[in-house]
Structures are given as structure tokens and as C-alpha cells.
Ligand binder design. Structure first.
Ligand code: PMP
Length: 404
């Protein structure tokens, strides 16, 4: 059913060597490799269609616009939004969250109002709110977690007050792999009349996401983490919310009419898309989403679940192994430390064996503080990884450990 050999052949980079060793790419949480069809979509559009979108009467411009808007429809279908008006193209998760934080805080929050985030958030879910906090005096409240890496739901419920205006929480942790119960958390927030922004950077590549089923008010993700190109991402927002929010940036595309006295803004989604969009990137993103859809998100999830179970079992046999993140619902991310070996030393030596892993704080320093560590080594799996690669990782860790 799951033809891993054929899948791997779709990704030319996987057959290269580093330091004379076959590449074992386990840094998918940072970015994923690209299948041939995504790269070809970029080349083909530049070679045969390229023209600026939405503006031209000429043939190429219309064709490029059609491709760009068809990509918006592909994204809509992929996350099951109601309308393409709810799909805003951005540069990625970070820009999506900054857009929302800026527009939401400007129009919906006053000094003393509160946003709830969690201990395990990525800096991109924290710092945009801190920027707003310093500008507008808003307050950030934090959901704590247990030692397994699960958010404490009772404590979460206690954080709501009449000042709470938004919850901003990640769907899947990029460090712990925890799959947060966002659907239940959204029910709770809505019971208080509070909307929720879900950071889906680490969920969209690994599981079927249905924004209507989640009832998320806002949802952000990046193209490059789901086998698409860099530089393009998505902010989903319920139309009734996006209608209420002011534009984020000003410029071309986002206006209806401009005079020096008064400017009126374009309709959704263009109100939030100032300037020339990355229309080549959106075509390639749509190709990536078609690619994973053809394999099947459920099949990908099952494959990665098996890999994660196998890796957890295998890595736990290693002497001195400490794994961070043992949530009951866990995605394909494993963070670890071995004995007293510094994460950077482990990462550097694994690299020499051809194994690409991430080291450091993973843009989650508050989480590191909660765990009482400076950083971890992180292996994160994608749809093309194999059990053989996990064996190579485990043998590599054992070899490095023996050196210390
Ligand atoms: N949120 C999470 C959970 C992430 O893992 C990342 C990427 N590491 C981001 C946000 C930021 O994504 P990007 O750099 O693509 O904007």
C-alpha cells in the first residue's frame, strides 16, 4: 500500500551523500525536502507562464492569475475551509501569526486585555504578542504543562477572565511532538466567547486537518514544512472575523481606491495581501498539497506513527537516553539528550555520519526553561523516512556515546 521506495524516488535529494555517507535526513520539523513535481511546477511556471497576477489584461497575466487562484482553492479544500475568502497567502506561519497579532490587537484589544498562550509555544506564537504587549499594554497568560509534555487542561480553564480576548496555541509541538487537544480547547474558549488561533506549522504535514471540524477561528501553517516551497504560507480565518479586522500592510492589491484624502480597501482575501504575492510559490504549494493528498494524509500519519513508535522503543534502549515529550498523543518528533553529552556535540558528530538532526532550543526557550535544559537533539520524521534510517540514527547515537 505505502510504496516507500517509489516515494523516496520522488525526492532526488534523498539519494545524495554527505561526507561520503548516504544522507539520513531527520530534520523535517525545520523544513521538508521537495518532490520532483513541486520543483518542476516552479520551473514550468517561470518558463512558460510567468506574469504578474490580478493586474494584466494580457494572456499570461490571466493564466498566472488562474493558477494562483486555483492554488487558493486547493488550499481551501486541503484544510476544508468554507470559502477561498478565508485563505490568505503569507510568507509562512511566522508572518501569518504576526499579521493576526497586529490586526487583532489593533482592533480588538485594549490595555489590560489578555491573550492565552502555552508553555510549549514556538517563539513565533510568543514574540508577536510581546510586541503588541509593549505597544498596547496587553497581558500574556501561559498554560502550564506536566512532565510528559501535556498541557494542563484544568489550569487552562482557570486562565480565562472577562479580559481574555484570544487563545493562541500550537496544534503539535515542534520539540515534544505533543498533539494538543485543540478541538476541546477551542470548545472551552468558545464557551467564554473567545476565539482561537491555532499554529498548525507542525500538524499540517502529518495529519488530516479540517478547520471546520476543529472550529478554529484562525489557523496558520507554512508551505515549506509540508513539502512545498519556502516563502509561502497560509493564514486561515473565519470570514466573519477577517471582515472585522483591519489590513496588516498597505500597498498595491489590497485597495479598492486610493486618493490622498481617503483609501478604501479591497475585499477578502486581498485586503490582507498587499503587493505582488509569491504566485509561483502558491502554485508549487498547491502541487505539494496535491502530492500528499494523493499519498493520503491518513496513510502518511500511519506510516509516521509506526516510525515514531519504533524510534521511541529503539532509542530508549540506549544507555543514558533522556527523551523529552512522552505525551499520549505524540507526532513524529523526538527530542533527546544522552548522558552529559552536549546537544551540539551529539548533533555535530551525527552529522559526520551523514545524519541530519536539529540541535538547540528549537525557537522554544520558555519550554527549555520549563524542562530545565538549554537545548536538545531533535529527530523529526517525514513521509519518506524509514525504519532503516532509525536504525542508523540509533547506531550513530550509540557510537557517539561510546566516544564520550
Ligand atoms: N510554529 C511552529 C510550531 C514551528 O515549528 C515553526 C517552524 N519551526 C514555526 C511556527 C515558524 O514557521 P516559519 O519559520 O515557517 O514561519
Amino acid at each position: 500500500m505505502y510504496n516507500i521506495k517509489q516515494i523516496r524516488e520522488d525526492f532526488p535529494i534523498l539519494s545524495r551523500e554527505v561526507y561520503g555517507k548516504p544522507l539520513v535526513y531527520l530534520d523535517n520539523g525545520a523544513t521538508t525536502q521537495k518532490p520532483r513535481c513541486v520543483v518542476e511546477a516552479i520551473i514550468n511556471e517561470y518558463y512558460s507562464v510567468n506574469a504578474n497576477v490580478h493586474r494584466g489584461v494580457h494572456f499570461l497575466s490571466q493564466q498566472a492569475t488562474e493558477l494562483h487562484e486555483a492554488s487558493r482553492e486547493t488550499v481551501r479544500r486541503f484544510i476544508n475551509a468554507r470559502s477561498t475568502n478565508e485563505i490568505i497567502f503569507t510568507r509562512g506561519t511566522t508572518e501569518s501569526i504576526n499579521l493576526l497579532a497586529s490586526s487583532f490587537a489593533e482592533s480588538q484589544m485594549q490595555a489590560g486585555d489578555e491573550v492565552i498562550v502555552s508553555t510549549m509555544e514556538h517563539h513565533s506564537d510568543i514574540v508577536p504578542w510581546q510586541l503588541q504587549a509593549s505597544k498596547r499594554g496587553i497581558v500574556i497568560k501561559v498554560i502550564p504543562m506536566n512532565d510528559k509534555g501535556e498541557l494542563l487542561q484544568d489550569a487552562y480553564k482557570q486562565l480565562f477572565s472577562e479580559k481574555t480576548k484570544l487563545v493562541c496555541v500550537m496544534h503539535v509541538s515542534n520539540v515534544l511532538g505533543t498533539v494538543n487537544p485543540v478541538k476541546e480547547m477551542i470548545v472551552e474558549a468558545h464557551a467564554h466567547g473567545v476565539p482561537v488561533l491555532v499554529d498548525g506549522a507542525q500538524s499540517v504535514p502529518h495529519m488530516k486537518v479540517d478547520v471546520q471540524d476543529l472550529d478554529a477561528d484562525f489557523f496558520a501553517f507554512s508551505g515549506h514544512k509540508v513539502y512545498g516551497p519556502t516563502g509561502v504560507g497560509v493564514l486561515y480565518g473565519k470570514e466573519e472575523w477577517l471582515d472585522k479586522l483591519p489590513p496588516y500592510q498597505g500597498g498595491g492589491e489590497m485597495i479598492q481606491s486610493v486618493s490622498f484624502e481617503k483609501t478604501t480597501f479591497n475585499e477578502l482575501p486581498f485586503k490582507f495581501e498587499a503587493g505582488t504575492p509569491d504566485y509561483i510559490g502558491t502554485t508549487a504549494l498547491a502541487k505539494a498539497l496535491d502530492y500528499v493528498t494523493a499519498i493520503g494524509m491518513d496513510q502518511i500519519a500511519a506510516h509516521e506513527h509506526e516510525l515514531t513508535q519504533y524510534a521511541m522503543q529503539r532509542l530508549k534502549q540506549i544507555e543514558g537516553m533522556r527523551i523529552f515529550g512522552e505525551a499520549e498523543h505524540k507526532s513524529s518528533v523526538i527530542s533527546f539528550l544522552v548522558g552529559n553529552i552536549h546537544h551540539l556535540d551529539m548533533g555535530t558528530l551525527l552529522d559526520r555520519l551523514g545524519i541530519a538532526v536539529r540541535t538547540g532550543h528549537h525557537c522554544a526557550q520558555p519550554l527549555m526553561q520549563r524542562l530545565g535544559i538549554e537545548g536538545t537533539v531533535r529527530a523529526s520524521f517525514g513521509l519518506y523516512n524509514t525504519k532503516e534510517e532509525i536504525d542508523i540514527l540509533a547506531a550513530g547515537i550509540e557510537r557517539v556515546s561510546r566516544m564520550f
